[in-house]
Ligand binder design. Structure first.
Ligand SMILES: NC(=O)c1ccc[n+]([C@@H]2O[C@H](COP(=O)([O-])OP(=O)(O)OC[C@H]3O[C@@H](n4cnc5c(N)ncnc54)[C@H](OP(=O)(O)O)[C@@H]3O)[C@@H](O)[C@H]2O)c1
Length: 318
């Protein structure tokens, strides 16, 4: 099968298209023919070893799991002997999380992994871009107990995590203020934002509003500024905190405001919940550009620039 290998840490050109053996599913696994995957900020961080500590967890000189890509949508081609809930021919979507391996034509995944049946209303390309942003946003939004009547500000609202957060916060009944650049204003209203503030104009600087929850998704806003906008007793979510912000977060819990950081967790339960939300028409994929597997270097270059709108998909089968 065709797959993309990350030969060392570095620029997008370290990604090389190679031939590999098709995996053989174990007794509790499904073999999925991947129709589509995505290039997410997580893949880019591993490829670049950014932050440097990536090397401590994923391999000192190069990623030990050389095939990156953490999301997929595809068709079940074979099932192991103990698999009960999926059959050959089912269309599934999901995430392999930190074990990666979806920049490939096939991937074996455990039946109990964070997967679900693909919503019929979505193409594989649309389904593949759901898990990364949605499961991350869902983790933090639930942890912050976002609910009806609350005011929530989402900073970096036009990214994969941000655009999912806007929709999920609306679903939970809160009022959303989305912060993005001017060119994404219309997109924000389309996916449900009540107010939009352009971070490139004075709109954000002049805003004096306090929020029940501030969700900083992209680590581009100063810690002091983001905390300032949280009301007393409210919650700041630092979805992409660096080391220094993590230390500040520990101290700030003394300020009467809660600060949440850390790594999101994903499971089959949340994937199935997302499928239902999509089936009910309450969540929609935000797709920016589509590349082919042969164009993986260009796809990473595009994501590296840091201004994608929502998500970038990769079609494995054209
Ligand atoms: N904690 C966890 O478990 C976890 C899980 C997943 C991801 N993450 C982290 O979350 C972060 C965001 O991920 P993502 O995939 O959503 O990122 P992304 O999609 O790559 O973010 C791109 C978006 O960021 C916006 N942006 C760029 N500069 C900005 C600025 N100065 N102010 C406001 N917005 C700005 C861009 O909008 P404009 O074009 O309008 O500037 C663009 O739409 C990443 O650092 C990722 O590593 C953490």
């Amino acid at each position: 099968m065709k797959a993309v290998q990350c030969t060392k840490y570095g620029a997008p050109e370290v990604l090389k298209l190679i031939e590999m053996e098709i995996p053989v599913p174990k007794e509790d696994e499904l073999l999925v023919r991947i129709h589509a995957t995505a290039v997410n900020s997580g893949d880019v961080r591993i490829r670049k070893a950014d932050p440097w500590a990536v090397r401590l967890f994923f391999g000192f000189k190069r990623p030990k799991q050389a095939v990156l890509g953490g999301v997929f949508s595809g068709e079940v081609m074979a099932v192991g002997t103990s698999v009960k809930n999926y059959r050959v021919g089912d269309c599934v979507f999901g995430t392999t999380g930190m074990t990666f391996g979806t920049y490939a034509e096939y991937r074996s995944v455990k039946e109990t992994a964070a997967i679900a049946l693909k919503p019929e209303s979505l193409s594989h390309t649309e389904a593949a871009i759901i898990p990364f942003g949605a499961l991350t946003a869902l983790h933090f939004i639930r942890k912050a107990k976002v609910g009806s009547g609350q005011k929530v500000l989402i900073y970096g609202a036009s990214g994969a995590v941000g655009s999912a957060a806007v929709q999920l916060v609306k679903y939970y009944g809160a009022e959303v203020t989305a912060v993005c650049s001017g060119r994404n204003r219309e997109l924000m209203h389309r996916i449900g934002a009540d107010q939009v503030l352009n971070y490139q104009s004075e709109e954000l600087a002049l805003n004096r509003e306090k929020y029940d929850v501030v969700y900083e998704t992209v680590n581009k806003w100063s810690y002091a500024e983001s905390l300032k906008h949280v009301r007393k007793g409210g919650t700041l979510i630092l979805g992409a905190a660096d080391f220094s912000k993590m230390i500040l977060a520990g101290v700030s819990n003394l300020s009467g405001k809660k600060v949440l950081t850390g790594v999101s967790k994903e499971s089959a339960l949340e994937m199935k919940w997302m499928k239902e939300l999509i089936d009910e028409g309450q969540f929609t994929p935000v797709l920016d550009r589509v590349f082919s597997l042969d164009e993986i270097v260009e796809a990473h270059q595009y994501v590296d620039a840091g201004h994608k709108r929502g998500n970038v998909a990769v079609q494995v089968i054209r």
